[in-house]
Every structure is written in C-alpha cells, then in structure tokens.
Write a protein that binds this ligand. Structure first.
Ligand code: FES
Length: 69
C-alpha cells in the first residue's frame, strides 16, 4: 500500500529500507525516501510501518540497523 503519496513510497519500500539498508529512525527514512517532507500527512502511518518493520526484524534477528547499534 502507498504510505506517502507525495513521494510515491509504499510500505514495502519502508520495510526494504529497514531490512536491507539498516534504517531505524524516521529521520533516516525522511532522508532516504523523502517520506513526510512535503504535506506531512504520511508521518503517522510511516512511523507505524517503521515500528512494525523494526519489530519484525528484531524478532527475526535480521535487522542490520539494530545489529550495528
Ligand atoms: S503524503 Fe508523504 S509528504 Fe505528503
């Protein structure tokens, strides 16, 4: 599903940033994908998807961003 319409970012894009690129914060997500940099309506949803993805990564012990921390 689309999370950020302004930047054409989907939940899969966010999950990929977490699992492949080690993103762990909204700031990193904003810098990498541009999420929440225009109208800002996606911020809450993006934060929820990010938290879900981090929780899934932590449970699977496969999260590069958390391993480095
Ligand atoms: S929907 Fe993400 S900045 Fe507008």
């Amino acid at each position: 599903m689309y999370v950020c319409l302004c930047k054409n970012v989907t939940d899969r894009d966010i999950r990929r940033m977490v699992t492949v690129h080690g993103v762990t914060t909204m700031r990193q997500l904003r810098n990498e994908l541009g999420v929440s940099t225009q109208c800002g309506r996606c911020a809450q949803c993006a934060r929820e998807v990010l938290q879900e993805a981090l929780a899934e990564c932590a449970a699977a012990r496969a999260c590069p961003g958390l391993a480095a921390a």
